[in-house]
Design a protein around this ligand. Structure first.
Ligand SMILES: [Zn+2]
Length: 172
């Protein structure tokens, strides 16, 4: 892993963009309540911006493919995450919750994060993924995917052993 921490002041002042990738297993908070993950990679980019008023922003783009548990059939469900978000970087804890007076819909209100010379990039990326997950993940059509996933591991367990079949024949 190349970049773990960034200086948000530097990034936004210079309008820099950073990119990186990490195995999904590295995001422990994300996967702790999820089924065993496939060997996928999380890709991200973060671009700094400072507007004409001196307001600082981070444009965060995250691509990931976590495996969730379908709440209908309880089988794994691959969830494609392709999330873009714009966060405002503020200078103090107090500014995180500032009501700017305009009566905006909470859904439209921009998210704020605290500026830092050592912003934990992976934690930020992890938050973005977690926020993009559905509360109740479900397959569009359960049977198709669950059957194809279930077939391989279950085939041996379900098939009776040759001896059991012989026993059955003798009894008859
Ligand atoms: Zn399902």
């Amino acid at each position: 892993m190349d970049i773990q921490y960034v200086d948000t002041y530097e990034l936004t002042r210079a309008g820099q963009e950073i990119r990186g990738q990490a195995p999904i297993d590295q995001f422990e908070r994300l996967i702790e309540d999820l089924p065993e993950q496939a060997d996928t990679t999380v890709s991200w980019s973060i671009k700094g911006e400072m507007d004409a008023f001196g307001q600082r922003f981070l444009h965060v783009h995250v691509i990931a493919a976590p495996l969730l548990e379908c709440q209908r059939c309880m089988k794994p469900l691959e969830w494609a995450v392709d999330s873009q978000n714009r966060l405002q970087v503020v200078n103090s804890e107090a500014a995180l919750d500032v009501d700017d007076g305009t009566d905006v819909d909470p859904d439209d209100a921009i998210e704020r994060i605290l500026g830092s010379q050592r912003l934990d990039v992976l934690a930020l990326v992890e938050d973005e993924i977690i926020l993009s997950l559905p509360y109740v993940p479900k397959h569009d059509v359960c049977s198709l995917l669950s059957e194809s996933l279930a077939e391989e591991p279950d085939a041996d367990e379900v098939r009776p052993s040759p001896f059991a079949v012989l026993d059955q024949l003798k009894k008859n």
